[in-house]
Design a binder for this molecule. Sequence first.
Ligand code: BGC
Length: 809
Amino acid sequence: MSTEARPVAEEFDPAVTDLVARMTPAEKAALCAGSDFWHLYGVPRLDVPPIMVADGPYGLRKEHDGSDVDGKSEPATCFPTSSALAASWDPDLVEEVGRALGDEARANDVSVLLGPGVNIKRSPLCGRNFEYFSEDPLLAGLLGAAWIRGVQSRGVGASLKHFAANNQERRRFNIDAAVDERALHEIYLTAFELAVTRARPWTVMCAYNRLNGVHCSQHEWLLTTVLRERWGFDGLVVSDWGAVDERVPGLAAGLDVEMPGYGGHNDRLILDALADGTLPEAVLDRAAARVLTLIERTAQVRAGGHGYDRDAHHALARRAATEGTVLLKNEGGLLPLAPQGRIAVVGAFARQPRFQGAGSAGINPHRVDDAYTRICELAGEQVAYAPGYHRDRGEVDEELLAQARATARDADVVLVFVGLTEGYETEGLDRTHLALPAAHDALVHAVTAVHDKAVVVLANGAPVEMPWLRGVPAVVEGYLGGQAGGSAVADVLFGAAEPGGRLAETFPHRWEDNPTHAIADAPAVTEYRESVYVGYRYYDSAHVDVMFPFGHGLSYTTFAYSGLALDAAVAEAGQPVQVSVTVTNTGEREGSEVVQVYVHDCASTVFRPQQELAGFAKVRLRPGQSQQVAVELDRRAFAYYDTGRGDWSVEAGRFEIRVGSSSRDIRAVAVLDLTGGDPAPEPSAYPLPAPGQEFDRTAFADLYGRPLPANTADRPGAFTLNTPLADMRSSLVTRTLQYVARRKSREVIADPTSPMAYLVAAMLDEMPLRMLALGTRGAVSRSVQQGLLDLINGRRLRGLRGLLSSRGR
Ligand code: BGC
């Protein structure tokens, strides 16, 4: 990779340029890495203060006393996780949550909040899907932009992450995402582009993985050509924690700050490269100027005197949770419940809720509402309860089931609380299937065997299979609703609030139906063979029946659509098109509807998904009320990425504008003819497999446009600093390292069932040697890592010599 400085036209504040001119190379190099896990250095000699950064996407996780990750953090409001927020389809609400997050960060002297995550939910198995918004890039990008606007309005920087194509946790530190150019632009980059261009985040966090062979942390095309030159990003790029592979090429490629920092362990590399001329000083100056700009931008945080109102934030978290609660099924209008009658609640989640995901986003909430307490309030009396399963264990307990059956039998309606337990959805681990824990499925089956009025209430961050669906009249998807999720879902069950959510992702019937199913498990490279056919783009194009489609969600009222109109039936390609439609609340309750606009290209020369979301609007209407909803479709709504031209193209011809309340519930269609357009593309086709079948590898190789990389794990003797420890277990050295690391981690995280313990356990398997600096605060330096690698590769003498000579370095 070249270490040439690129001519990035970047203007810095004159005060910043002046400061950089007064700094020594060592001071500048120091600015390019954290001083520890959570702080950036300032320049004490020049009165530039250090700043603090902290996670995360749905709540502040500020670790106590500067510790790295001890699993304890300052109490903060746990808002609904991103999948729940996304289900609101409401950028204004997400911006409001962003403002509250900014307030909490500011009150805690945190200058940058590490979020939002706008990675696409390529596979429903990804362990971090709860932290991400959607399988659709428009929705993810617009919500991400709203989040950033909210946070940054408080003078706190956002860190848009994880850039880019970080769509799985498995082998995340080194996996190579092989993505064809169209899918990269149309699916994986679009969400970032929207967030960058519409909300101008002050920082972007690069991802751990490789993209098409190159680590994102040193991917010049990604970090400079696309991010800065095309999108005009004017902030700072920070590494994900431990994502740096080669520091100097990374800096030259556009990675400004390495996190965490370990007492300047890589400063020497930067200074050596400056001295021998392989790193131009302009590159270092540029990175230092970006850090100083960030410090300047976050001055408000240091002004002090900030606080926030915990009760108000709790109330906002509760409102956001109801807005993200999706009524999936409601046969016979069973919901909302009447307060009279005997209600039984079964399922331990009703009293000990699961309300957030695990890993770096996991926070320490001020307080947690449980659904059972609020149900009793709403029902006006004590409600029968049985746990049905052990809260933290997945196996079936027949006694608990029998007790739950007995409780259910005596009731008029049974509310069954089930979902995924902590270990299922965490950073660092992907799920291996879409099933609920066996005990949870068993509980639903047990209840439906004795009762026909069961309402299933789900707590999970991503889709699950529902083998019992036919026997259950009503299902409410509560997602991971944050600290107020319990009361929010109870409000929805009783109609004290309406279910405002619509799915921002498809729920397939079974995992095998997902387009990534047959290509999920590779040791070195994840081939994104489904190309642009992600989520509903695949299901709708391949006509695969799904359990609940993208955009789906019922209301307690009904809506009629009428008068769909375009401002022109014929338009010049590239001109914005106005879509308007009237929505009427035809039911008897107030409610909200998410009007979704999809575009279908009727005769495309290149292959395209059947339809793509091009705009949306959420409206709230009283019974009988009508409102005209207007959505503007810009050029991009009709465009595909033309790899021949290396740009977005719109092809002239006929398009359908489909308006509806899910991708499968289109209520009205208008026809639009586009004239003019960009030069005709080369015709292309892409074969779609039937559900459960693989995408064709040869067709993908053609699309990829170059030989697909070898997909094998590294072999003994040829391990590298990037090989995951788990792959090197044949060596006693690796096993010893892992043993020591596990013992050490237990000293910090005592409870092996705590959410943070899952993350650390996964990390100790998947981390490569180069990341050992991370867990040891830099003690295991690059030369020590190299010595260990030689030992593991069986080059004992060289390894020992290396280790001895690295002492003190
Ligand atoms: C995660 C980031 C997070 C960072 C700091 C990383 O492991 O991938 O999302 O912001 O840690 O906790």
